[in-house]
Design a protein around this ligand. Structure first.
Ligand code: SAM
Ligand code: TMP
Ligand code: ZN
Length: 414
């Protein structure tokens, strides 16, 4: 089996080299964002999805690393601009930078993982100097074709230093839903140190461990999400590499995220929000092994309840389809053993996922229009992080008697 590891082998923390204790085994998993074509005869890549916590710095991380070129390549199917809520979210983020950090004579912002340009579009429209790093050439080309400046490369120490030499220092480095994808963060932070002005900031936002544990959203764990950050673990990482955590902001997107702001050690005064979130994490024991093991027990209950529900609906002759072929759904379908016998297809708005099969379990992916043709009895909401947007636009489904199946924080039908 390609990518297999020995579950008993000790694992060292990718940040501090401490011992990582595994608390959750989500089993054999495929690449979450590789959707094979029905006639694809190539063998899928599988690895073991284990999650552990570092005893020293508390960073929660995967215990096996998938090579980056297998995940981020010309066919990377995730197009950020597919969600109107996210378009608005990133327009606001860009406007905030324009009003605060990018007010000097010739400001410069670098985005790590800019994807199809969902955030940089606003920066470009304001005429501000920018550069997007995007190794996945397909989505990078979408941004480039809209006129944004894109470097088709991984951001790391060497590439960041090249940009510094060629273009001068950056006032802001921004990364959304990308830092948690990068196991080699020491190299990234060295690059940030080389590239930023003395008072520059590195701002990044990613799914928050505190929300994942509170909501039992175990499907936030998959190959690309190598780290599940908390304020405590990010602060320890920042200090280790010469930075300081100077601000945090909780965000409602993607099921609950935190936006972290790092500055060079001593360059800025941390806001009160940092102390508050650290205290809250201590009170809630967010990174205690006992809390993480309780989360594991909840995840096993969700699996058992979801499979029992889907098997009952099948026995009753009900038609169930999936809504949103999210990367997250790879974890759910493969961990729970959900295939086309339980969910007949998954509808999705992303053209590059359509008419393909879901990773590992090979459920057909159909265009969004298939959802109402005719409506199923039940829809399993894999894209639960976009629930508000989806349920609002699919009111007719419920009016016609259809029901939503959700599985976070527990299995329920609405
Ligand atoms: N920022 C967008 C958003 O929030 O919607 C895209 C997030 S997407 C989940 C992660 C992106 O990071 C992918 O487009 C991937 O190609 C890119 N990526 C992965 N490793 C990277 C690295 N080292 N440097 C720059 N981009 C990277
Ligand atoms: P995400 O959870 O990683 O943002 O992925 C969302 C997936 O769900 C993506 O493949 C697009 C799909 N989607 C729909 O099919 N319909 C929708 O209305 C929305 C918001 C997303
Ligand atoms: Zn560590």
């Amino acid at each position: 089996m390609p990518g297999a590891t020995d579950a008993t082998a000790p694992v060292s923390c990718r940040i501090c080299d401490g011992d990582v204790e595994e608390f959750l085994d989500l089993g054999r998993q495929p690449l979450s964002d590789r959707f094979p074509a029905p006639d694809d005869e190539g063998e899928e890549f599988f690895y073991r999805l284990g999650v552990g916590r570092c005893r020293t710095c508390t960073m929660v991380q995967l215990t096996e690393e998938v090579p980056r070129h297998l995940m981020f390549h010309e066919d990377y199917p995730y197009h950020s601009s597919g969600s109107s809520v996210m378009r608005e979210h990133f327009a606001k983020a860009a406007q905030r930078f324009l009003a605060t950090e990018l007010t000097g004579p010739d400001p410069f912002v670098v985005e790590v993982g800019c994807n199809d340009g969902i955030m940089l579009g606003t920066i470009q429209a304001a005429g501000v100097r920018h550069l997007g790093f995007e190794p996945s050439t397909g989505v990078a080309e979408v941004a480039r074709s809209k006129g944004m400046r894109i470097r088709t490369d991984f951001f790391e120490a060497a590439t960041a230093m090249e940009v510094r030499a060629a273009e001068g220092p950056a006032d802001v480095i921004y990364a959304a839903n990308t830092m948690c994808h990068i196991p080699y963060l020491e190299s990234v932070l060295k690059g940030a140190d080389a590239l930023l002005t003395p008072d520059g900031v590195f701002v990044f936002e990613d799914p928050y461990l505190g929300d994942i544990v509170a909501k039992n959203s175990f499907d936030q764990i998959y190959d690309e999400h190598f780290y599940l950050f908390s304020a405590g673990s990010v602060r320890a990482m920042a200090e280790r590499f010469g930075f300081e955590l100077v601000d945090v902001e909780r965000l409602p997107v993607h099921g609950g995220e935190v936006r972290y702001t790092l500055a060079r050690g001593g360059a800025r005064t941390p806001t009160a929000a940092v102390g508050r979130l650290l205290a809250d994490e201590r009170d809630r024991k967010v990174t205690d092994l006992a809390s993480l093991r309780a989360f594991t027990a909840d995840v096993h209950k969700i699996r058992d309840d979801l499979v029992a529900l889907l098997e009952r609906l099948r026995a009753e002759g009900r038609r169930v389809v999936g809504y949103g072929a999210t990367a997250k759904s790879a974890t759910v379908t493969n961990f729970c053993g959900i295939g086309p016998d339980l969910v007949s297809f998954v509808c999705d708005t992303t053209p590059s996922k359509q008419n393909r099969l879901t990773p590992g379990r090979h459920i057909p992916v159909r265009p969004a229009a298939a959802f109402s043709d005719p409506y199923p009895d039940y829809a399993l909401l894999f894209a639960w992080n976009h629930a508000e947007e989806i349920i609002a636009k699919e009111q007719e489904f419920q009016q016609s008697g259809g029901r939503w199946i959700r599985y976070v924080p527990e299995v329920h039908v609405t």
